[in-house]
Design a protein around this ligand. Sequence first.
Ligand code: AMP
Length: 421
Amino acid sequence: MSTFQAPKGTYDLIPPNSAKYLAVREAIAAPLKNSGYGYIETPGFEDVALFARGVGESTDIVSKEMYAFETKGGDQLALRPEGTASVLRAALEANLHKAGSLPVKLWYSGSYYRYERPQKGRYRHFSQVGAEAIGAEDPALDAELIILADQAYRALGLRQFRILLNSLGCRECRPVYRDALQGFLRGLDLDEDTRARIELNPLRILDDKRADVQKQLVGAPLLRDYLCEACRTYHGEVRGLLGAAGVVYEDDEKLVRGLDYYTRTTFEFVHDGLGSQSAVGGGGRYDGLSEMIGGPALPSVGWALGVDRTVLALEAEGVELDIPAATSVFAVPIGDEARRVLFGVVTELRRAGVAADFSYGGKGLKAAMKAANRSGARYAIVAGERDLADGKVQLKDMESGEQGPVALDAVVEALSSRVLG
Ligand code: AMP
């Protein structure tokens, strides 16, 4: 142990567990790559004002959880707490919305930072894979994204997740609802913080997890009853397309989500094996965000799925991912001459595309075979002076235990055909 530890609320991804994270990222990305989404990568930090304006000054994410700092040059920056604002900023900056046909479809994968109270499933550094479809208002696009997330989770083997769906209305109908809700909330018995929230962000109160608050919310006006005709039709279409695709969802009138930019379709993926941090992913439509950050009107929709919580969900369901052993062949030299020769064989195997590793550090046979075992390699090649004098190496099938000599000049070919087929 060194003097240092990972900072509070963070953890390291270490082999073999780290392979799961890679596999989850790949599994989420695969359906996106297959559906016209291009890869985008943006900086880990941005102008703090981008998040203040985009995500919303009154949200917990911006007001309490942001890692904001001033640089030596006097710039006000923040570590990114989420991906959408940055991706939209980058797309606007590169004029992607003018360069080709709309929507611009992008996917990303990266680290995000929120100064939260750490607990299982809630960290200060976490990882998301996300997707954004920028510049089109089309219920099929909302449906596409939900279907692709569902496909990703299913491909991973998850079953105990649910999709919650709601519409948050648009700039026509939401203000009318907001007024009605504020009127209702002002009549309740709430603490000071929550009362302040009535004026700033009343919809968020619907999401309050406290039982005494939830009890008072019975009978609160529902956005569903205030949706304008256009929003109602749009939402009906999204629901119809999901139904036709065989994607099961639950209508959840109280689903609001913690970011200000959402309009119309909002959704969350929750997993029932995760306790209080049950949201594994979420997203929705954000038709006004581009204008909020100084761009043109670009109705858009997107989601972000949490990699950390997806791994926890897999563990909760007992799903073992099929992760092939990283190493196929492990070379065990006995003596200096064998070390030089087998190192050459390993290099050749690698160049031929066979995953191969080597016993370093001049280990004895026993320790070296242990290392071969640990590597998960299907084959070991062992050679000592006498084998080399005969122009041979011993090839051991680690699964069956069978062992036999193979000519040194044929071993790369023999292993390549066994491993690569
Ligand atoms: P949000 O932007 O808050 O909707 O987050 C989208 C997803 O990212 C969530 O559903 C979680 O899976 C994940 N996530 C958000 N915050 C955290 C966190 N502090 N720790 C771990 N995962 C998180």
